[in-house]
Design a protein. Sequence first.
Length: 237
Amino acid sequence: MNPKGFSLLEAAIALLLTSVLILVVNALSSAIRSGGATQASQEGLFVAETLLEEGSSFPSCPTTQSLTLGSKTYQVCQSLRNETLSGISRVISTIKVYDGTQLLAEATQVAVSPSSPPPLAGSCAPGGNRRQVVFTLPSTGNTYTAFSLSWSPQAPANQRLREIRQVAPLLLIHYTGTYASGSGFTSFALPLSLLTSTQIRLQFSRNFSRNTTYTFTLRLRDALGREYSVTPCEVRW
């Protein structure tokens, strides 16, 4: 990761992620490519685009399947391939439409989505003699927002998160109060700049039982909107 900011490539990726689906019509019949489009070629192209938009599935090329639309029967096949570039996954689907053995048209759809980031290899441990958990987060050179914490078991009832503090490298109080949760989940917005190893301390109410092992999962979101789970950890007071 780049502590000095996003590169041009990363900025381009961020723009790319604003669209979940990109439809590209990239291959026509030879007549269309040469500028001499026929009505049959145009109809074949319309069929290929429509099938892509509907999410239809067909045999892998060169095996074809007959498809009758109105008074016309076409032979249709599909090819799929996966690509990953700079953390971006693309599924490229191409549908080809034939009249008999003659290729009328083909259309390609590119579905773009971010790859699932790996978990942040953080750790946690009990803090002091009270019901506290201290998360230690590694230096990544990037900024994040911690946005949720989940835990289990979810009993007894009325479990509360009382305070969130950053205790290293600087002492900052980010949240105080009592947030009740009956579902083992609470949300917040905690900015974190992981330019160096960072520790945050969470303090819970006495509704968390002693002699019970709890599993905590902290989730972060980066500037590109990608979500990370800090490696789940177990704490027993």
